[in-house]
Design a protein around this ligand. Sequence first.
Ligand code: PRP
Ligand code: MG
Length: 212
Amino acid sequence: MSVLKIAVQKSGRLNEESIELLKNCGIHIDNGKDQLKASATNFPMDVLYLRNGDIPQYVEDGVADIAIVGENLLVEAGNDIEVVRKLGFSKCKLSLAVPKDLDYEGLQYFDGKRIATSYPNTLQAFLDKNQVKADIHVIKGSVEIAPNIGLAEGICDLVSSGSTLFKNGLKETDLILTSEAVLVKSKKLTQEQEELLSTLLFRLDAVQKGKK
Ligand code: PRP
Ligand code: MG
């Protein structure tokens, strides 16, 4: 029998709401936290708990059939996969920020400066479009620390509540993109899996409608 493999974030901001969404769709998952693969008890579905950054590639390769990920990650990774639904949670922005006391007058400020980020491709495309030439320094996490330790003059990172920026004495200057959680699918689904996905989408749409 055919099974739909869904990849969700193992830990982090998307994890809980992703599981909650499946639950609201009537899908029961026995969830030992350390178990990286779990099966639904009442729907032909396997849940794979994966590192955020690995998910787009797994979906492209068809290792996972569908997944819940942040749009921002898709833009950065540029994989050949399809967004089937926007999910309306985990909304955030990808923005540029600088030390809060700086007299910031516009993007030209970044010309010749160093910018720390975990999103080099998205940032480079934005800078190119605006004809700014900056040095991009890739850091995997805690990006907001960079200006304080002399690693960069500015940063480009996700902003949700704004509290990380605030706590690190930074202010947002320019919005690069807005993002939310999305449901994506591989281009390698079988006919049977497409049918399972349709069932899931039918339930999902009902849940989303109920929320409005
Ligand atoms: C994320 C992101 C920002 C912060 C934004 O970091 O990289 O730093 O959250 O959220 P806020 O505006 O509500 O403060 P995360 O906490 O996931 O840690 P990491 O960057 O070290 O992975
Ligand atoms: Mg962070």
